[in-house]
Design a protein around this ligand. Structure first.
Ligand SMILES: [Zn+2]
Length: 295
């Protein structure tokens, strides 16, 4: 999706697709053609970037309760030590965003753009993300760390099962279910940019918050950014979503960046379906076990 939704993005300055992302994000600024506009562009980009950074700082420095930027319900998973009381988020009324039980809509990645990241081909990511993931896994391996892909791209149909079937199996009401699983159509995994990562040496920590104690997680914290992966739901995230140390998303190209960062402006009514934020979509922060249907 193409849209000039970045804060401070110069509007319609050129026909070139590179204009779809702010100047600050571009690899090679075109100084030849638009030298007159350059100072203007830079100012806009700086302002926009500053707004994003400020927003992130503000939201991360505040408590776990949902801020005005969030559209999600409370995280109430049992594993996070700081479980909060489930209350319906008041932010839903503040943000005119198309969300469902706090989850935002994501489009499914085109099948033609998917590439396997496991040898059996069962787990896939969108091509750009897949390449970076593989490079990251190889680099980790060289450091003696075993990164294991647990889940990548998911169809809405797969999410349908995860949400509704498991919900029925457990006798959960929709709001309960939504605390730990995204409804179909509302999972970051649909985008093909999100991957759940485990530590091959400690599989017992898979999809569990104690994954944060593994060597794999520590390695990711230090190195994932070099491969353009970031934690979707860190502790105290602006969305008020349950902490998911295993769930990483790719933000290394314009499409992925837009997909996830447009949602940072949840108070905007003009969001297209694609944004981010809010989705404790992986089961595992619950202590429940038995069904084995974490993903
Ligand atoms: Zn996930």
């Amino acid at each position: 999706m193409k849209t000039p939704d970045f804060p401070g993005e110069p509007v319609n300055l050129s026909e070139s697709t590179e204009e779809d992302i702010p100047v600050a994000v571009r690899d090679t600024p075109d100084t030849r053609r638009r030298s007159r506009l350059q100072p203007f562009l830079i100012i806009l980009a700086v302002l926009g970037g500053g707004a994003i950074v400020l927003g992130l700082i503000l939201s991360s420095s505040t408590s776990q309760s949902p801020q005005t930027i969030t559209a999600s319900p409370q995280p109430t998973t049992t594993d996070t030590s700081t479980s909060t009381t489930p209350e319906e988020s008041e932010s839903e009324s503040e943000n005119d965003v198309d969300n469902l039980l706090g989850h935002l809509p994501y489009e499914e990645a085109p099948l033609s753009e998917l590439e396997p990241i496991t040898s059996d081909g069962r787990i896939q990511l969108r091509e750009a993300a897949a390449k970076k993931f593989k490079a990251m896994r190889a680099a980790a391996q060289a450091d003696g760390i075993v990164l294991v892909a647990i889940s990548g791209y998911r169809t809405q149909q797969q999410q349908q099962h995860l949400f509704f079937d498991i919900k029925a199996q457990r006798g959960q009401v929709a709001t309960q279910r939504a605390e730990v699983s995204a409804p179909p159509g509302y999972s970051e995994h649909h985008t093909g940019y999100a991957v759940d990562i485990g530590d091959g040496r400690t599989p017992a920590t898979n999809l569990n918050t104690n994954f944060e104690n593994t060597a794999a997680f520590k390695w990711l914290e230090e190195n994932a950014a070099y491969y353009s992966f970031e934690l979707s739901f860190p502790k105290g995230n602006p969305q008020g979503v349950s902490y998911e140390p295993w769930h990483w998303r790719f933000v290394g190209d314009p499409d992925s960046l837009e997909t996830f960062y447009k949602a940072q402006n949840l108070d905007r009514p003009d969001l297209e379906p694609s944004p981010s934020s809010s989705e404790p979509e992986d089961e595992s922060s619950t202590r429940e076990q038995g069904t084995g249907n974490r993903e």
